[in-house]
Design a protein around this ligand. Structure first.
Ligand SMILES: *Cc1c(COP(=O)(O)O)cnc(C)c1O
Length: 381
């Protein structure tokens, strides 16, 4: 027997309450029973998104809401500024180009956050740009972009701030209405502690105005139609009944803990992981703007990162993530978002110490674990 642990930046572990709720027999979606589940879930989502706006629930992975946000808000030929600091930033640009938008790319070195002054300059130089597309947390590099500062720049322009908060919402503070985020996207399999399959998106009043004139072709992801159905406590097409039933349980857990305590827990776990990596001599990939969703570190010289991730998964039983593109084989990404707590971090760090030792790297056992414990203990009375 091998006990397995899922400590990747998505999908993330699912709490028992949600697993049990999702195991219940399917109920029909056009019934008062389902409407009640849906209504409660939709209300709780507003709490987590920190918005008065409707949060649409789509049967899709997170990318579905990224694509939906482009096709509902823009027309072919429209100009947008895309912050490309990793795989997901690149995805914003690729989707935009697929629908005939003109993209002004801001390339950010992997592991760094975008400089708000650079975004402001791009908008000043391209006054026709009608959007800034960015990640709150660029999961591929584990860096966090300065969303509050970006919102201050787009606020008074005829330009939307569109934020992929797929590993941001429910991890750290992103008060949509207070900061003036126009579109906030998330997905089920990250901080929402659910299996993959749901995407969430909320639009500001300003964004809904863009929706009225946008001409990109669309059918399934029609936000206006979804909003109309949401008012009747349902979705336009068959909703993912089981996932939504599980979502209600996960959102209740978040509400019970309190959103700010959820952020505090993520912050403690993230700091402990960073301290442990530093103690193990592992260099951080995003030292200046680390995201509280996951920590990326370079694997030591002479260690094959790809083999390390495989060894951790297949032999040790701990699933983490490696790197993509030019960072393939060079980094390890340790997730600490969603249904995770103190001892998930201990497992991660202990597993890394052991796997590195097996890879022939000189390791002093307990050094990383001890550094993590120094911070993790803050979580107890
Ligand atoms: C996981 C992730 C996505 C992609 O979501 P899918 O559910 O795989 O479509 C997009 N952006 C970020 C920042 C992510 O972490």
């Amino acid at each position: 027997m091998k006990k397995r642990y899922l400590l990747a930046p998505g999908p993330t572990p699912v709490p028992d309450q949600a697993l049990l709720a999702m195991a219940a027999p399917i109920i029909h979606h056009r019934t008062p029973q389902f409407s009640e589940v849906f209504r409660e879930t939709a209300d709780l989502l507003k709490y987590v998104f920190q918005t008065k706006q409707d949060v649409l629930i789509l049967a899709a992975s997170g990318t579905g809401a990224m694509e939906g946000s482009i096709v509902n808000l823009y027309s072919p030929g429209d100009e947008v500024v895309v912050v490309n600091g990793g795989k997901f930033g690149e995805r914003w640009g690729k989707i935009s180009e697929a629908y005939g938008l003109k993209v002004h790319w801001i390339t950010v070195e992997w592991g760094k956050a975008v400089d708000p002054a650079v975004v402001k300059k791009a908008l000043d130089e391209n006054p026709k740009a009608k959007g800034v597309l960015v990640q709150a947390s660029e999961t591929s590099t584990t860096a966090a972009h300065p969303i509050k500062e970006l919102a201050a720049i787009t606020k008074d322009r005829d330009c939307l701030l569109i934020v992929d908060g797929i590993t941001g919402v429910g991890v750290f503070d992103l008060p949509m209405d207070e900061w003036g985020i126009d579109v906030l996207v998330s997905g089920s399999q990250k901080a929402f502690m659910l299996p993959p399959g749901l995407a969430f998106v909320a639009l500001s009043e300003k964004a809904w105005k863009f929706q009225e004139t946008a001409k990109c072709p669309r059918f399934y992801f029609d936000y206006k139609k979804e909003r109309k159905n949401l008012k009747d406590n349902t979705t336009a097409y068959t909703p993912a009944v089981s996932l939504i039933t599980g979502l209600r349980e996960c959102l209740k857990l978040i509400k019970e803990e309190g959103l700010y305590n959820v952020f505090g827990r993520h912050d403690r776990l993230a700091r402990a992981t960073r301290a442990a990596c530093a103690a193990m001599g592992l260099k951080a990939l995003a030292p200046d703007a680390p995201s509280n969703a996951a920590t990326g570190v370079f694997v030591p010289e002479g260690v094959d990162g790809g083999k390390l991730v495989k060894y951790l998964r297949d032999e040790v039983g701990v699933t983490m993530a490696g790197g993509q593109d030019h960072l393939k084989g060079k980094i390890l990404r340790i997730a600490h978002l969603g249904y995770v707590d103190t001892f998930d971090i201990i497992i991660s760090i202990a597993a890394i110490e052991m796997a590195l030792a097996k890879a022939g790297h000189k390791v002093q056992f307990g050094k990383g674990v001890g550094a993590a414990q120094e911070i993790l203990i803050e979580g107890y009375k």
